[in-house]
Design a protein around this ligand. Structure first.
Ligand SMILES: [Zn+2]
Length: 137
């Protein structure tokens, strides 16, 4: 009997968001600030969702925030996550305002609470680091 090992899908950094991933490899969290309206955001789009400007700058965030919302996944949607079930998915409200999705590590899912203070931690995979969070208590 053989067990198939399935690799987890990972982001392929390219384009405007590359600085986010390069900083993450150094353990730093970068966010975008719109130079037109000053709104802060995660690098999900080159276009500001507030004013539609494409003029922005990167800045280093604190990496601190609180759990805005969360869920616990009990159903398998991808074979690479079978060993992780049940795993949590959270949306963290960063101190700077933007919401960043991820997972909380180092804590039981039953202990998760909205408003719990967390900090970003970068987990290194083969050639990329992924932002996750841990409770700061
Ligand atoms: Zn803007």
């Amino acid at each position: 009997m053989t067990e198939e090992i399935v690799d987890k899908p990972l982001p392929s950094p390219s384009g405007f968001a590359e600085p986010f991933w390069e900083a993450g490899a150094e353990g730093r969290l970068l966010l975008i600030r719109c130079k037109s309206c000053n709104e802060s955001r995660v690098p999900s789009s080159e276009v500001c969702p507030n004013c539609l400007s494409v003029d922005f700058e990167w800045y280093e965030a604190s990496g601190l925030g609180v759990i805005y919302t969360y869920g616990v996944m009990h159903r398998l949607y991808h074979p690479a996550f079978e060993q992780d079930l049940p795993y949590n998915l959270v949306v963290v409200e960063l101190q700077e305002g933007p919401h960043l999705p991820g997972n909380i590590i180092g804590i039981e899912n039953d202990a998760l609470r909205v408003g719990m203070p967390v900090q970003v931690v970068w987990q290194k995979y083969s050639d990329i680091s992924i932002p996750r969070f841990q409770a700061t208590t």
